[in-house]
Design a protein around this ligand. Structure first.
Ligand code: SAM
Ligand code: SF4
Length: 328
């Protein structure tokens, strides 16, 4: 699948649920309303959609959410998708908040998963509780250690928040170095009302990097995962630091991905509203030709990029859709 700007679309992110057991301040409001369960695709329908994308050239799948591991029986989907590894699919991964990871880590490896991303914004338990509203850091750290034990490569994702975790990244680099994890810092993106002012928390990673360079030797790395992060090798730990800078550095040029929601809506860009309904062609017939055509016509409309801005004049979200809908 080649989009109008010549980009090959080989990566699909699938949000398996919009629900979550946390309420991170930058992601959701405390009284977030979720879709009625009857609106969700079944796991079998999700598998069929994923299979259609694999048939059309997607080689990497990432499951996300909401929190993917809170969806009932999600391991069944993971096992079914894992069975496609080596048969058109090169990689199956997961982005998780880690709350349920301790009991699922070994199963993920059995299903063929090799690496996962775990979101942890701070290693301070009190601050973690404040950021996630409902999360408990010890359970997440147990999950991360279970993942390491099971043999999964772990990348820790942290959203950089001014006045919240901005002085913790040295400690997080040291923690990740000690355990053999990579660390990826993400700028906040203006998606959905969350009840907080994003101006207040927006922290450009150019500033963070300059601060980190005082304590760590950061060398630009040739490493790339096909994602929007730019990587640096950290000489002192032998691990990598990734920076995802949607606002200070346009990350759209090399975009290779599209995003599927748990209701079968395909978003061609995280930062634009245009979407394609794949549920209707999926349900209309057991023959996949209409579904394949709907996917091709959606890719033909993939926009060039997002228009995120955060500054004093743009305090409102760029999009009303929350990150938990499209899965980040
Ligand atoms: N619940 C899982 C988790 O937290 O890893 C998966 C879904 S979550 C929406 C995916 C990623 O998006 C997380 O790393 C989260 O920190 C990030 N995220 C959520 N809202 C964001 C925002 N407004 N700006 C930047 N990143 C955001
Ligand atoms: Fe849940 Fe992930 Fe959003 Fe936090 S960032 S509220 S863990 S979906």
């Amino acid at each position: 699948m080649i989009d109008p700007f010549g980009r090959a679309i080989t990566y699909l992110r699938v949000s398996v649920t919009d629900r979550c057991d946390f309420r991170c301040v930058y992601c959701m409001s405390e009284d977030m309303e979720f879709l009625p369960k009857s609106d969700l695709l079944s796991l079998e329908e999700m598998e069929r959609l994923c299979a259609a994308f694999i048939r059309q050239g997607v080689t990497r799948l990432r499951l996300t959410g909401g929190e993917p591991l809170v969806r009932r029986d999600v391991m069944r989907l993971i096992e079914r998708l894992g069975a496609r590894l080596g048969d058109g699919l090169d990689e199956l991964t997961l982005t998780t908040n880690g709350s349920q990871l301790a009991r699922h880590a070994a199963g993920l490896v059995r299903a063929g998963m090799r690496r996962i991303n775990v979101s942890i914004d701070t290693l301070d338990a009190e601050k973690f509780a404040a950021i996630t509203r409902w999360g408990k850091l010890p359970a997440v750290l147990d999950g991360v250690m279970a993942a390491k034990q099971a043999g999964l490569a772990v990348k820790i994702n942290a959203v950089a928040l001014r006045g919240v975790n901005e002085h913790e990244f040295d400690g997080m680099i040291a923690f990740c170095g000690q355990h053999g994890f990579d660390l990826c810092l993400i700028e906040t993106m203006p998606l959905g009302e969350t009840g907080i002012d994003r101006n207040e928390h927006y922290l450009p990673l150019s500033t963070v990097r300059a601060g980190l360079a005082r304590n760590w030797t950061l060398t630009p790395s040739a490493y790339a995962t096909g994602g929007p992060a730019r990587y640096f090798d950290i000489a002192e730990t032998g691990r990598r630091l990734g920076l995802i800078t949607p606002l200070t550095h346009n990350f759209c040029e090399g975009c290779n991905r599209v995003r599927l929601t748990c209701t079968g809506t395909l978003y061609m860009c995280l930062g634009q509203d245009d979407a394609a309904d794949l549920r209707t062609p999926l349900r209309r017939s057991s023959d996949d030709s209409a579904l394949d055509a709907a996917i091709m016509s959606a890719i033909a409309r993939k926009p060039k990029g997002h228009d995120f801005i955060i500054d004093r004049d743009h305090a409102r979200p760029a999009l009303t859709r929350h990150m938990s809908v499209t899965g980040g």
